[in-house]
Design a protein around this ligand. Structure first.
Ligand code: WQD
Length: 345
């Protein structure tokens, strides 16, 4: 018996694909729409190999409201949406602000406009700890002040949160939960799906595993002169499967009317800060594989340290991260090896 039909925009992406797996495991039927601008359709096969259930897949662009309208008409009964579809490279957003604002904001506006027309009640928004900027103190709570975004990417997350707040305040019948992710890492333990960045990875863990397997000569550590115990930046690295499960809890909470609040916000992190050098060490210890790395200058735009206070997610949402950093590093390494076996890189 299905728990209901959920639309996952950007569902062949890194977090979207892992969330589709957890939605299916929880008994939901999933419809994916993705324009494959930063992923490929093989991911749908990987999801099916894990769960034995093939999600409906629609190749399409969520910035086109007629495409989305047709999808809702052809897939009646969509009760909830998880919106991952967005451009998400911090550095690229600085070079292409118009594309980022147009893409990320139009997708959200289209979805919010269509939801009441098709009686879709629950909306989970993929937000980011980026909205906080450089915290005044850590761990950071949801009521910490959001600071001026340091990139157009971060600004789109802040603007989208405000749009959702305003739409609900206007009397829209929808409910929404904002999930502010910290740093998603790792891969599904089966290594059937994982992170597959286009070109040279911007994020730490894919660059690290590509260095470990020999695709990259050396991992550059961007600075060890920060005001942290070992001088390198500190982040809250969250296992992608744990993160995916938070989305299922958020949907359950809304569709089961567990809360009277039409809009809620949760930090989705482990609550543990880990430095870049500590993460490299954790990878080497967990896998036995050396990662050649060298300290270089700081990267423009990096914040020094941020990690979550996940109290609300743990005690109100009813979700808690429970995968160790060592298991997460092993999953990332297994995925990198699978990529090579499949000749994907
Ligand atoms: C982490 C740390 C780098 C690469 C961004 C977005 C965030 C989310 C995750 C989308 C930093 C250091 C990195 C490398 C390094 N994205 N680093 N060498 O910047 O914390 O977060 O990605 O939702 O919203 O802001 O992640 O993995 O790029 O960097 O030393 O080759 O690793 O300096 O301290 P970041 P990251």
């Amino acid at each position: 018996m299905s728990k209901g039909k959920i639309l996952v925009t950007g569902g062949t992406g890194f977090i979207g694909s892992h969330t589709t797996v957890e939605l299916q495991n929880a008994g939901y039927d999933v419809v994916i729409i993705d324009n494959l601008s930063n992923s490929n359709a093989d991911v749908v096969d990987g999801i099916e190999r894990i769960t034995g259930v093939r999600p409906v897949f629609v190749e399409g662009d969520c910035t086109d409201i007629s495409t989305l309208t047709r999808l809702f008409e052809q897939n009646p009964g969509i009760q909830g949406i998880i919106n991952f579809a967005a451009s998400k490279a911090v550095g690229e957003s600085v070079q292409k602000p118009i594309m980022y604002y147009r893409n990320n904001i139009n997708i959200l506006l289209n979805l919010l406009e269509l939801m009441p027309r098709f009686d879709t009640r629950g909306f989970v928004f993929s937000s980011s700890c980026t909205v906080y900027g450089e915290p005044d103190q850590n761990p950071i709570t949801e009521d910490a002040p959001t600071k001026k975004a340091t990139s157009p990417y971060g600004a789109t997350k802040q603007i989208c949160e405000d749009i959702i707040r305003d739409v609900i305040r206007s009397g829209s019948p929808i409910k929404a939960i904002l999930l502010r992710y910290f740093n998603p890492i790792g891969a599904h333990p089966t290594a059937e799906i994982g992170e597959l960045p286009n070109g040279v990875p911007q994020n730490l863990v894919p660059y690290l595993t590509q260095t470990a397997i020999g695709i990259r000569k050396e991992l550059s550590v961007f600075g060890n002169d920060y005001n942290t115990p070992d001088g390198s930046c500190i982040r809250d690295f969250i296992n992608v499967c744990d993160l995916a499960k938070a989305h299922v809890r958020a949907l359950d909470r809304m569709l089961n009317n567990e809360s009277d609040d039409a809009l809620e916000t949760f930090n989705i992190g482990t609550g543990q800060g880990l430095s870049v050098l500590q993460l490299i060490d954790a990878f080497q210890r967990a896998t036995g594989v050396e990662v050649p790395h060298r300290i270089v200058g700081r990267r423009e735009g990096d914040i020094e340290q941020i990690w979550a206070d996940p109290y609300r997610a743990n005690h109100i949402l009813g979700w808690k991260a429970d995968t160790s950093i060592e298991d997460t590093m092993r999953s990332a390494w297994k995925w990198q090896q699978r990529i090579r076996e499949r000749g994907l890189m």
